[in-house]
Design a protein around this ligand. Sequence first.
Ligand SMILES: [Zn+2]
Length: 399
Amino acid sequence: MKTFLRMSLMREKSAIDQHLRDFNGIVIDAHILETYQNATSGYIVTNSIQYIIDPVTYKFALDLILECTEKKWYSRLIDIYGIEDFISANGILNLRCFNDQNVLNKFVQKVMNYQRERISSLSSEVSSWFLLLESATIPQIPSQYCLIPPYFIINSNEILNLNINLINSVEKYNNEKIYALIPIDYEVLFSFRFLNDIIDRYSSLDVDGYFIWITNFNEKNERSDSLELFIFTIEKLKSNIENKEIINMFGGYFSTILSTLGILDGLVHGIGISESRDPYSLGGPAPTRYYSPIIHRMLSTERAEDLLHNRVFRCQCPICDQKTPSNMVTEDLIKHVLNIKVQERIEIENHTLTEICEKLHRDYRLIMSGSRNNQERKQLRMYATPLLEWRKALDCKRV
Ligand SMILES: [Zn+2]
């Protein structure tokens, strides 16, 4: 199973040091890289971390981009991707510009070259710091796990055709690995024919692996039928491709289970942030939250503190041994979540699916048995119900 960490705020870097080797590398969004250029590239190079740059090209086609046009990364990426001439008055990229194959080819090349060269060009500054410090060894540029062709969120046949054309236009160099990111609009998950069509088209591509992203698909809020549709999507893709990895770009506990079962080949964890991504909301810095191990979700630190009266909500990790959630600083909260992510993975790997399903059911009952009053019971049910939905969706996989 491959597990990557998605770095979203540079405040995370000191907290993840201890666990860096427990993960296969980090994923960094191009707009984050352009916001914290030196901090990000310096961190990747000095720690020699395997990395993936998500080019986040979809952002430029969303109405929401209007809110971002004054940000530094917006103008930097528009310049780097060579799309300044195709931006409408409202700041949105006009996708019709890609009807011209020459324009499309240039765009693809620029987006791919950006991923190939950005860390090394930014880190030449880092190297000069090392020279100044008279360090004996200048760190090497770490390896890039794979490159991702540009993509836009699939909500129509036109976008599907565009994405396929973008991927087919990639010129692959040397030993590079190209992974197609399949960004499926949430509503499409329920449109069986279109979903099948998407899977068929992506299956026949000459790529080395896949990332999947169902927009705004949040494992913790989905009912078992949509979780089953998610499993169906992965399995259908898997049956069409040979020995190629499928990694969930935004996953949590449920995706970790699917990865252990071999349905997925891995996942990318958000840290300190939600484990899903809604492209249609603005987002912004996530408040510091506490990852509650028994329900596998983030809670406000106040809420997590309040629930400690119930033993099942307590954590035994070295951070929680010293402090309770409301006394933790951001670094503690991130260290705690990484401790638990590693622990969860080991625990899942050492148990059969039947045992995992039994544990989900047992945990549900433990959570519900600790409520002090009706109001708390309602809230606990909201937290605990996903465990039953996961179990229901996994039931069909039990032999
Ligand atoms: Zn803990």
